[in-house]
Design a protein around this ligand. Structure first.
Ligand code: PMP
Length: 365
């Protein structure tokens, strides 16, 4: 039977209608229960249903809103974070937003370190929430004092009352996805999901969702999409043997130069490596063909997920991909033709006024 899951008003269960019916206590209560959306246009001609978990619907615009509060609460419970304290984090931007939202409501100060490859929009966004942002060089090894994680650790040491939120080692990160993202996907697909495709930055999303889904049905396949240049795919294939060095890439927030503690490689059944060009091209397709405005990591994962759906071409299967963050964070980059062309990531010529007017003389315009 072909799967036609939808939540239109006729078929939706009462539970599907509950959200937003009553006022929320505060914005934190609106995190999670993001929509699951059929991606039927980009998957045209493929019989496998392809659905996207739209985590850009979270109030801070990304999946990382889910881990901000739980990581802070873990430190409060352990007594490492006290009223008036400071939260420090090494972030590609989105975790910073998730932490800043929770910190705003709880009255904590935030200091974030960020590699210089991240978009200006993210730096401005964090500052808008009142956070202090320190930019570090991207092209340094993980153990270099200028590395963003090392820098964050140093700030914690030198700042009284400061704690490292610790998205790369804090068990509250994957646990948040066991508690929320996994059950949401299971319920939204009515248990019909057969393949989950995500990528790993900290690995919290893929590890937590995989643990929950596999506890429900061990046959569900977990597929990791990894940027070309990240070492994760190579380390997974070699079972941790060797020391791959990696190479720079442009997609933000995913891939790594070493395996974080929060990533459980054993839950992953397959790795698919994706180029910047394919990732950005798919993000732009999702925006133009589906009206779903997402960042490069969502494009990267959707590119891999589409290949999985095509390979299966099975109406009984169901592939769920992850739409991690909003495209607004990348208007100066992957949605900027000039930046795309400068980085050899765009083949198609730019649309000119002459194209629009059918090559008429535009000199008077
Ligand atoms: N996409 C983006 C844009 C991100 O910022 C992140 C987190 N750094 C991820 C995906 C990956 O999420 P996770 O850390 O849970 O692996």
């Amino acid at each position: 039977m072909a799967t036609t899951l939808s939540a239109d008003s006729a078929s939706a269960t009462p539970a599907e209608h509950v959200r937003h019916r009553l006022p929320y206590e505060n914005v934190l209560a609106t995190i999670g229960w993001t929509p699951l959306i059929h991606l039927a246009r980009v998957a045209k001609g493929i019989r496998t249903p392809l659905l996207g978990k739209a985590d850009f619907f979270n109030p801070g615009g990304s999946v990382k809103d889910r881990i901000g509060l739980p990581m802070i609460e873990a430190h409060e419970a352990a007594g490492t974070l006290k009223p008036g304290g400071t939260i420090v984090e090494a972030t590609s931007g989105n975790t910073g937003v998730g932490l800043a939202i929770a910190a705003a409501l709880k009255g904590y100060r935030c200091i974030f370190t960020m590699p210089d490859k991240m978009s200006q929009e993210k730096v401005r966004l964090l500052k808008a929430f009142g956070a202090e942002v320190i930019i570090t060089p991207t092209a340094v090894p993980p153990d270099h004092p200028q590395n963003y994680v090392q820098m964050a650790k140093r700030i914690v040491k030198e700042t009284p009352g400061a704690v490292l939120a610790g998205q790369f080692e804090n068990p509250a990160n994957p646990a948040a996805h066991v508690a929320t993202t996994g059950p949401e996907i299971w319920e939204q697909t009515q248990g019909r999901i057969t393949h989950f495709v995500a990528s790993a930055g900290t690995g919290g999303t893929i590890t937590g969702v995989a643990r929950y889904l596999k506890s429900k049905n061990p046959n569900i396949k977990i597929i990791a999409a990894d940027p070309m240049g990240s070492v994760l795919a190579e380390l997974w294939r070699s079972k941790g043997e060797g020391h791959p060095t990696g190479a720079p890439y442009k997609v933000e927030g995913v891939g790594q130069d070493c395996v974080p503690e929060t990533l459980d490689m054993s839950v992953i059944d397959e790795f698919i490596s994706v180029s910047d060009k394919d990732a950005f091209s798919m993000a732009r397709r999702l925006t133009r063909e589906e009206g779903i405005f997402v960042g490069g990591s969502a494009g990267l994962i959707a590119h891999a997920a589409l290949n999985v759906a095509r390979r299966l071409d099975d109406p009984e299967a169901m592939v769920v991909t992850f739409l991690c963050d909003t495209g607004e964070r990348y208007l100066s980059k992957l949605y900027n033709d000039e930046w795309m062309r400068e980085n050899q990531l765009l083949d198609a010529p730019q649309t000119s006024i002459a194209d629009v007017l059918g090559n008429k003389d535009t000199s008077a315009a």
